[in-house]
Design a protein around this ligand. Structure first.
Ligand SMILES: Nc1ncnc2c1ncn2[C@@H]1O[C@H](COP(=O)(O)OP(=O)(O)OP(=O)(O)O)[C@@H](O)[C@H]1O
Ligand SMILES: O=c1ccn([C@@H]2O[C@H](COP(=O)(O)O)[C@@H](O)[C@H]2O)c(=O)[nH]1
Length: 232
């Protein structure tokens, strides 16, 4: 099985805690030991937002801010790599999908961050999953799925157990203003569109406990939202 796991920076590095990074590395190790080839994509988290906020106040433009965000995601990817067994994971952080796919031919695990401005690592994860023909994509984020409103803003927000990729596109497009660097949404619009065209199954879950990712991948046991291919 080939699986892409998208680990939100807000989940992996809400603060700089080596123990939390190690716990994620342990889970990646056990998924690889169970026979999974893994593409792991790491987000920028609060560090990216702090840098982006500071640079915005210094007058940087959106493209420059995105590049700062990308650099932070790659920094977080390097941090996770430091915790992974060197026999398991490719030692460098690929900067495009071709490089990532090549690494995945050689190694069980490849870890990457952002790629180009004007998107988030959600889109990187979906594009990587499509590029390497992954069987499944797991978004480990800070909320337990996709809701009909932002659950951190609306106490009545309800979680979708299951939805199609085109329903996700509509939901995200509704809530998305012109995405600016460091903005947050459950899944970005580009990622939703890639899921829509590729038909890859995705799961969105709360990845605060990395074992939730392990259970989802190994036992199909999770509390979250399953995004499936369209019905036609
Ligand atoms: N309809 C919705 N359903 C679920 N979450 C939503 C929705 N609308 C907005 N959100 C927000 O989406 C965010 C998704 O997680 P968040 O941006 O924290 O990070 P992440 O992708 O896990 O990591 P990173 O910090 O690297 O971006 C949550 O903060 C949540 O408040
Ligand atoms: O391919 C990419 C990935 C990321 N960015 C920028 O970085 C930040 C942080 O990424 P998250 O996935 O949101 O953690 C993001 O908001 C973008 O500004 C990018 O431009 N391209």
């Amino acid at each position: 099985m080939k699986t892409v796991v998208s680990i939100g920076g807000s989940v992996l590095v809400p603060d700089l805690d080596a123990g939390r990074v190690e716990a994620y590395a342990d889970v990646i190790g056990s998924l690889a030991a169970a026979g999974h080839d893994l593409g792991v994509v790491v987000g920028g988290g609060p560090t990216a937002r702090e840098y982006i906020g500071a640079a915005r106040s210094l007058g940087a433009n959106e493209g420059e801010l995105d590049q700062l965000g990308i650099d932070t995601t790659r920094l977080n990817a390097r941090l996770l790599l430091a915790a992974l067994d060197e026999d398991l994971a490719s030692p460098t952080v690929p900067t495009d999908y071709e490089e990532a796919a090549e690494s995945l031919h050689r190694d069980r695990v490849v870890v990457m961050g952002g790629v180009v401005p004007a998107q988030t690592t959600d889109a990187v994860s979906a594009a990587l999953a499509e590029y390497v023909d992954a069987d499944r994509l797991v978004f480990a984020t800070s909320v337990p799925g996709v809701f009909d409103a932002d659950p951190n803003e609306d106490p009545d927000a309800e979680r979708y157990e299951e939805m199609t990729a085109s329903e996700l596109v509509k939901l995200v497009a509704r809530g998305e203003s012109l995405g600016s660097a460091g903005s947050n949404a459950p899944i970005d619009l580009l990622a939703a569109k890639v899921l829509d065209r590729s038909g890859i199954e995705a799961i969105v879950l709360d990845g605060t406990d990395p074992r939730a990712v392990e259970r989802a991948v190994l036992e199909d046991d999770y509390e979250g939202t399953r995004i499936g291919p369209n019905h036609d």
